[in-house]
Design a protein around this ligand. Structure first.
Ligand SMILES: Nc1ncnc2c1ncn2[C@@H]1O[C@H](COP(=O)(O)OP(=O)(O)OP(=O)(O)O)[C@@H](O)[C@H]1O
Ligand SMILES: [Mg+2]
Length: 264
């Protein structure tokens, strides 16, 4: 009897190592992020979480291993092409165009799917203008739903660091991703803003059928959002399980060296 093959994971990391000179930053890391799920990536400072994101997004080239996005090998794909493969990310330290408005910053996320190129954009052909309008409407809609609609026409440098994270999230979502990487999205946010972020990520995951991988030290957010977590320590995978299993695992507690693993 014919059976439907299981869906490819949204992200598959297989045996990824990364070395800079004599320093091992990632050591044979493997895990899958199930399609449509939310996976947490946690670990102490310097564990290699951002470096792993950089490998997945094409900013770093792993020394060894394989990375599949929706079943497609991407290890040798440069960062600028990853958006077309459905990947979007936010950064631990957001880097917005500070002289541009919030809306203009979000609109940058549309470049992966806006048809044409610099020439048709410069000529402002009718089809280009129509697509631009669509992108602009969508950008405004995303800003509204993340509570940033009021800031659309404000220069980015007038917004707080926490709000820059929200702008980056909108920019990432405007690229119509299938895989979203969030690097410490809650850093610098107030309690209320973290609650709002949790709701937004849940909603957009469902609406866009996204696979999400989130790096976060805020264990309250990790417990509320994720189905599973992978714990990294010194570049190696320490364990994988639920957030509750991770927080009670003695190896994880030891890795954090007494830092409050369960603290929100
Ligand atoms: N380009 C690079 N060259 C040399 N070393 C690097 C480079 N990028 C990262 N590293 C090193 O890799 C290690 C892991 O850093 P990484 O930023 O990935 O950790 P992290 O888990 O994201 O930490 P944090 O929680 O503080 O953000 C660190 O020791 C860092 O100095
Ligand atoms: Mg980091």
């Amino acid at each position: 009897m014919a059976t439907t093959p299981p869906a490819e994971p949204g992200l598959s990391v297989r045996g990824v190592s990364l070395r800079f000179g004599g320093i091992t930053v990632l050591d044979d890391v493997s895990f899958d992020a199930p399609r449509g799920g939310i996976l947490g990536l946690v670990g102490p400072n310097g564990a290699g979480k951002t470096s792993l994101f950089n490998c997945i997004s094409g900013h770093y080239q792993p020394t060894a291993g394989s990375i599949l996005v929706g079943g497609t090998e991407t290890v040798r794909t440069p960062a600028w092409r990853m958006a077309r493969l459905g990947l979007a990310r936010t950064f631990q330290h957001p880097a917005l165009r500070l002289d541009a408005t919030v809306l203009e910053n979000v609109m940058l996320g549309a470049h992966s799917w806006l048809p044409g190129g610099p020439v048709s954009w410069a000529l402002r052909l009718p089809t280009t203008r129509r697509h631009e309008r669509q992108a602009r409407d969508r950008a405004l809609e995303l800003l509204e739903r993340t509570g940033l609609g009021w800031a659309a026409h404000t220069p980015a440098d007038e917004l707080s660091h926490g709000l820059h994270k929200g702008v980056e999230l909108c920019r990432a979502l405007l690229s119509r991703p299938s895989l979203l990487l969030l690097d410490e999205p809650a850093a610098g946010l107030s309690h209320g803003e973290v609650e709002a972020l949790i709701s937004t990520v849940r909603e957009v995951r469902q609406e866009f059928d996204l696979t999400v991988v989130v790096v976060e030290h805020h264990m309250g957010l990790i417990s509320a959002l994720t189905d599973r977590v992978v714990v990294l320590d010194h570049g190696a995978k320490l364990m994988e399980g639920t957030a509750a299993e991770a927080q009670s695992d003695p190896r994880v507690v030891e890795a954090y060296l007494g830092k409050e693993v369960g603290a929100a």
